[in-house]
Design a protein around this ligand. Sequence first.
Ligand SMILES: [Zn+2]
Length: 211
Amino acid sequence: MKLVFIGPPGVGKGTYANAVREKYGIPHISTGDIFREEVKKGSELGLKVKEYLDKGLLVPDDLVIEVVKKRLQEEDCRKGFILDGFPRTVVQAVALEKFAPPDLVINFVAKPEVIIERVSGRRVCSVCGAIYHVKYMPPKVPGVCDKCGGPLIQRRDDKPEVVRERLKIFEEQFTPIIRFYSEKGRLVTIEANEQADVVIPRILEILKKYF
Ligand SMILES: [Zn+2]
């Protein structure tokens, strides 16, 4: 069960990947996480990746491909995997076809206003990092963390104007990749306008049909 999850920031991919991981016992592989792991291990790849990250530059395709390829060869990927954040370019998608062609690519879509509401309502405790949502998971006292009493803040990335900009960038970047998999007949689009408890059964239903 080789899966790729595609979706804009705030669509809930992490939550959905977690649900699929629990149900099928396949790892959720996010390129951000592998980069951090490799950097922490101080591996040769990690050092190369770190050079780019430190400069705030995008990690070049060949390096990203190498890192992902190595990760997919690990034992826990034998039954499959959920890739999240890769491929990010058509060059990466073409490379993935050679070493681990995905069986199914799930394209999560949600209305921009839904994503903006979801993301811009997020509040984070500035002391312990606990996450809240003004509407869906409000703290008992507005602006105050239930767990430690610390003040809640809105992250810069969660501000509506920043979310809107990131959605635009996502669309420009991923339209060619979505087309790539659609032409191969391996793309499924799932609507994610509702809360996770509605979207997750939808995903599991589709996976049941394919696997
Ligand atoms: Zn807290």
